[in-house]
Design a protein around this ligand. Structure first.
Ligand SMILES: Nc1nc2c(ncn2[C@@H]2O[C@H](COP(=O)(O)OP(=O)(O)O)[C@@H](O)[C@H]2O)c(=O)[nH]1
Ligand SMILES: [Mg+2]
Length: 257
């Protein structure tokens, strides 16, 4: 059997990671694929899914708070660092399943996964050559050009840190009007449209910064298209799947025959 492919849902707190983890896995099931649901958020209280593998089996937040005398935030940081130490055990547990896809929910706060060394080690352990990140962008922030550039910047920073293929997805797209979607689509595919929209927004220090950020993003060649998804309407699930399949197909070429 072909080895399973890992999909990490990453994004700011409340961007919809846990919800889309459940929705995407459900979508895969309706398409006849098997998936394993993994929760990597040690702080998850109520999850919208039944996880097959759960980090809370190895990392217990209340225990960390007690043992190290930490408050909830400090304990989250300590827990994030424990991800690396537990990565091989978690991976062993995942490997017990014969599956097509490993759908992974990441810690609530973006920085706990993206800006700590341990997530890189975990990705390394899980097999970076058969992994991708689906980066969720807050839909409301993306409705204006300034916010959209900030989101792209954040996604790009995460992408360089985690160093595996990344798909940028505007989550909760059901909350956007058709006009919003049209704007964002045009900004993401046409540089002039985005810099034009920045120019139309009230001149501010943030605005000036956005223009510079946009220039940097372009120089790096990372302003690419974004997709839209909604766990509410299930729109966009197929696009995520197609992206993953593209990477999978590309990756296969690298395997010597
Ligand atoms: N309208 C709408 N709300 C959503 C969608 N996905 C998630 N939400 C809501 O957004 C909030 C945060 O979602 P959650 O999955 O917990 O975000 P996380 O912190 O990134 O894991 C919850 O109240 C969800 O019900 C969506 O596609 N559409
Ligand atoms: Mg969550």
């Amino acid at each position: 059997m072909e080895e399973a492919f890992n999909i990490y849902f990453v994004g700011t707190a409340g961007s919809g990671k846990s919800t889309i983890t459940a929705a995407f896995s459900e979508w895969l099931n309706t398409q006849g694929y098997d998936s394993v649901l993994v929760n990597l958020d040690p702080g998850a209280e109520a999850k919208p899914y039944e996880s097959d593998v759960d980090i809370t089996e190895w990392i217990n937040l209340p225990e960390i708070m007690k043992e190290y005398g930490l408050g909830p935030n400090g304990a989250q940081v300590a827990a994030a660092d424990l991800l690396a130490i537990n990565a091989s055990k978690v991976w062993r547990s995942i490997s017990e399943f014969e599956t097509d896809f490993v759908v992974i929910d990441t810690p609530g706060q973006l920085e706990l996964f993206t800006f700590r060394e341990s997530s890189r080690k975990l990705i390394e352990q899980f097999g970076p050559e058969r992994s991708a990140i689906c980066f969720l962008i807050d839909p409301i922030l993306s409705r204006n050009a300034n916010g959209f550039v900030s989101s792209l910047l954040l996604a790009t920073t995460a992408s360089f840190r985690l160093a595996i293929p990344m798909l940028k997805v505007i989550s909760k797209s059901d909350l956007l009007s058709e006009k919003d979607i049209e704007n964002i689509q045009s900004w993401s595919t046409d540089h002039y449209s985005l810099s034009g929209a920045l120019g139309e927004e009230v001149a501010s220090a943030q605005n000036l910064a956005s223009v510079e950020f946009l220039r940097a993003l372009e120089t790096l060649g990372v302003v690419g298209e974004v997709m839209f998804a909604s766990s509410e309407t299930m729109s966009g699930m197929e696009d995520i799947y197609n992206f993953v399949q593209q990477i999978r197909a590309g990756g296969e070429d690298l395997v010597p025959r």
